[in-house]
Design a protein around this ligand. Structure first.
Ligand SMILES: NC(=O)C1=CN([C@@H]2O[C@H](COP(=O)(O)OP(=O)(O)OC[C@H]3O[C@@H](n4cnc5c(N)ncnc54)[C@H](OP(=O)(O)O)[C@@H]3O)[C@@H](O)[C@H]2O)C=CC1
Ligand SMILES: CC(=O)[C@@H](O)[C@H](O)COP(=O)(O)O
Ligand SMILES: [Mn+2]
Length: 382
């Protein structure tokens, strides 16, 4: 039986992970759950799954959970989340927190030699070199939960070193694929993803194509692949999740209907396989699969992300923080959709790239980038 800790259990990935676990209850013991502020659903999950320790990073929400629930211990604030991870004794930590708030728990889990099933791609975008070095040093494994990266992980299994010519990550293109003018886009339009149902932040990242930029960095760090060997191809049906091109001229593709339980099941059961009630692929029913190049002029976020990735150092961290602030402002009606890349470009221009010696440098950059992004948004809004 695996001792499993689920961080971000109230979110899109977290709730689907609980569903995957429910289908093999004899294989998992859930040793803890966490959320940001959604205390009632978190307590409900703890009651249903018999979990005795939960954490809420919002201290007010943690206090309310403590008033409502006497069945176990409620840990509070970012320190409570760290304590939950450090003291969990988990075999596997599923990190499905959204944003750079997920970096700290990833560091703690790896430091404690716990394997991490990583949905929180921002951990790698922000701190990729240090995070992978930490995993290497402690021997803890990073198993991706992201449809493209799970696909690549699967496709590379059994391949000897040095045989991969290219990784190809597919993108749905988001709800605005094919458009040349992105003015006047509403939050409702942007949240209407054509193929996946996900949390708000990643859905907006898909609409701007920033998600693919973050995923290029995620792939670089997970698989040690140079940036010029990671391609992005738009594939609106989201049936092929990724491909690997090998030195013998063959290309392997990972396919399936868009359902994140496949990726979650892969990570939770690794190296075994999950048994999930997912419809087998019917290519005749699908009829055709189509592909096109990403439009980097209309969707500059992918270009900005690639530039930050190649610049390295603190640039990806600044890009990520600026993006989080800009997406939040868009969702709250304080920034137009087209303002998202403008804010990110402004922050990168101002901060440039510095070398990263330790995690502290990343936290400093994250805070600086957030401050500059907030000022830029304020000036647009004023
Ligand atoms: N959804 C998907 O299909 C996919 C998601 N991912 C990645 O997985 C991660 C999670 O995405 P998703 O599930 O969609 O996101 P959601 O917004 O649906 O869920 C986020 C979870 O994180 C918690 N949370 C939010 N802010 C904080 C914080 N500051 N500190 C601690 N916990 C916090 C939320 O708690 P609360 O409910 O209290 O707000 C919630 O449990 C992201 O990194 C995303 O990029 C990757 C591939 C696919
Ligand atoms: C499900 C998943 O892995 C998402 O990251 C997905 O890739 C988002 O869709 P886009 O391809 O539109 O970014
Ligand atoms: Mn993805």
């Amino acid at each position: 039986m695996k001792r499993l800790l689920i961080l971000g259990s109230t979110g899109s990935i977290g709730t689907q992970a609980l569903d995957v676990v429910k289908r093999a209850p004899e294989q998992f013991e859930i040793v803890g759950l966490s959320a940001g502020s959604n205390h009632l659903p978190l307590v409900q999950q703890a009651i249903e799954r018999g979990v005795k320790r939960i954490a809420l990073t919002d201290p007010d929400a943690a206090a309310r959970a403590g008033e409502n629930w006497t069945g176990g211990e409620v840990l509070s604030g970012p320190e409570g989340l760290v304590q939950l991870v450090a003291e969990s004794g988990a075999d596997l930590v599923l990190n499905s927190i959204v944003g750079s708030a997920g970096l700290g728990p990833t560091i703690v889990a790896l430091t404690e030699r716990m394997d991490v099933a990583l949905a929180n791609k921002e951990s790698l975008v922000v701190g990729g070199e240090l995070v992978t070095a930490l995993a290497e040093a402690t021997g803890a494994r990073l198993i991706p939960i992201d449809s493209e990266h799970t696909a690549i992980h699967h496709l590379l299994t059994g391949e000897p070193p040095g045989v991969v010519d290219k990784l190809v990550i597919t993108a749905s293109g988001g709800p605005f694929r094919g458009r040349k003018d992105l003015t006047g886009i509403t939050v409702e339009d942007a949240l209407n993803h054509p193929t996946w149902r996900m949390g708000g932040k990643i859905t907006i990242d898909s609409a701007t194509l920033m998600n693919k930029g973050l995923e290029v960095m995620e792939a670089h760090h997970l698989f040690g692949t140079p940036y010029d060997k990671i391609d992005v191809v738009v594939h609106p049906q989201s049936i092929i999740h990724a491909m690997v091109q090998l030195c013998d001229g063959s290309t392997k593709a990972h396919m399936g209907y868009p359902d994140m339980r496949v990726a979650i099941g892969y990570a939770l059961h690794h190296p075994d396989r999950a048994d999930l009630p997912i419809k087998p692929l019917d290519l005749v029913e699908l009829g055709q699969l189509t592909f096109e190049a990403p439009d980097l002029e209309t969707f500059p976020c992918l270009r900005l992300a690639r530039e930050a990735a190649v610049a390295g150092g603190t640039a990806p961290c600044a890009l990520n923080a600026a993006n989080e602030v800009a997406v939040h402002a868009f969702l709250n009606g304080r920034l137009p959709f087209t303002g998202i890349p403008q804010v990110i470009a402004g922050v990168l221009d101002e901060l440039g790239s510095r070398r990263v010696h330790d995690f502290e440098a990343l936290y400093v950059t994250d805070a600086e980038a957030r401050e500059i992004a907030a000022e830029l948004i304020e000036s647009v809004h004023a």
